[in-house]
Design a protein around this ligand. Structure first.
Ligand code: NAD
Length: 375
């Protein structure tokens, strides 16, 4: 096998733990329309859905990074991958109708805070008008039963106090990215109330929810201006590790934890309808809300690197200092809980990256980690 060549499985359920669970059976042959499938979270979710036998149609621009997890996984042949813009409403409507999905998961976004400072109009167009377009396409597509919009921990009005935000708290957003995602939440609530109201569920049969995850880490993220991808680049290239805000705390979690929450939520929305509509915090436990400096040090320890971090000089645009999510609702009502704590999450990123460095198939590594997670 050549370096980074991927394997394809004839019996995917076998890979992730032998007998199919109820959860895996739900997804088998399920038609899913996933926007943003070529990105970091979208690639992981695509590989997970494919491994359970779902019929996935992805709709996104080309992968935003080089290297690209989506390309390395070589999953295009196991799904329908459409390269198109979420701002192109006609194309989106046409492709969604063609795909006849049961479930729509919306991840396509401009997700980087610093990019949003550089290009606010594009961030708002993609994240806000993109969400409007998604719901317009859903209105025109009669097969859809579930819509899940993926937003973020940054949608809350940040009071810069050390507290965890609950779903009912005020939305806000200092930087354009956070504000655009809060707007995306408001768009979601408006379409739910106006067109997919739980009171009229028997008529429209569509359940709408949004999920707010924390700061996600995992193998294969090469985004610029994100802490863990910056480390990975530094350790792989022998470069310097520089951090901006060592004291800033974030709700860190491994990518498989929020994805598991999204899958559980979609299942509940599909099976129980309006009971599960609304917003859900899918964040880590509070003990895993750590500072950037703590994460940096732990990453170096797990990597076995003697590197030290330096603080990036210069003036940086505003970023929140405290950020925590209260995940009580998801635990109590969905039965979801974080499975991998922050140490496990960092060690899985290190494991993934070392395997990538050694030339192991990244698809194999992702599928193995999904199997371990499900077990
Ligand atoms: N990574 C995190 O830590 C994190 C945390 C909370 C929420 N989120 C949210 O999760 C989602 C996925 O994030 P990610 O980290 O995988 O981001 P990513 O940048 O890796 O992927 C973004 C995806 O959106 C697509 N996209 C961007 N602009 C588009 C457009 N105009 N039309 C169509 N597709 C477009 C890209 O092609 C890509 O597939 C985003 O909505 C993001 O806001 C991410």
């Amino acid at each position: 096998m050549t370096k980074h060549q991927s394997i394809s499985s004839k019996d995917p359920l076998h890979i992730i733990g032998g007998q199919a669970s109820k959860h895996q059976r739900f997804w088998k042959n399920r038609r899913v329309f996933l926007t943003g499938h070529s990105g970091f979270k979208g690639s992981w979710l695509s590989v997970w859905l494919i491994s359970m036998g779902a019929r996935v149609t992805g709709y996104a621009l080309k992968s935003p990074t080089n290297p690209s997890l989506f390309e390395l996984l070589n999953i295009k042949k196991d799904m329908k991958s459409i390269t198109a813009d979420i701002r192109d409403l006609n194309r989106l409507k046409k492709e969604m109708k063609k795909a006849r999905p049961d479930i729509v998961i919306h991840m396509a976004a401009q997700p980087i805070v610093r990019v949003s400072y550089k290009n606010p109009p594009e961030t708002f167009e993609t994240n806000v008008i993109g969400t409007v377009n998604l719901f317009e396409a859903v209105r025109a597509c009669k097969s859809v039963r579930v819509v899940l919009n993926i937003t973020t921990d940054k949608v809350y009005e940040n009071k810069e106090v050390d507290k965890a935000y609950k779903e009912g708290e005020c939305l806000g957003g200092y930087d354009p990215y956070s504000a655009s995602k809060a707007c995306s939440e408001i768009v979601t609530a408006s379409y739910r109330d106006s067109f997919f109201n739980p009171k009229d569920y028997k008529i429209h049969k569509v359940s709408v929810a949004s999920a707010r995850a924390g700061n996600v880490i995992g193998g294969g993220d090469w985004a610029s201006d994100r802490l863990v991808p910056d480390f990975v680049r530094a350790v792989l290239s022998g470069g310097k590790i520089e951090i901006r805000n060592p004291g800033a705390t974030r709700p860190w979690q491994h990518v498989l934890d929020p994805l598991n929450g999204y899958l559980m939520l979609c299942e509940k929305l599909y099976n129980n309808g309006p009971k599960y509509t609304g917003a859900w915090n899918i964040g880590p436990d509070l003990k895993d809300c750590k500072s950037v400096g703590w994460i940096a040090q732990r990453f170096c320890e797990f990597w076995g690197s003697s590197k030290t971090c330096s603080i990036q000089k210069g003036k940086h645009p505003h970023e929140a200092h405290f950020l925590k999510l209260d995940n009580t609702k998801a635990k109590k009502q969905l039965g979801w809980y974080p499975k991998w704590d922050i140490n496990e999450a960092i060690s899985r990123v290190v494991e993934w990256t070392k395997a990538y460095e050694a030339g192991v198939s990244v698809r194999e590594v992702c599928e193995r980690q999904i199997g371990d997670f499900e077990a």
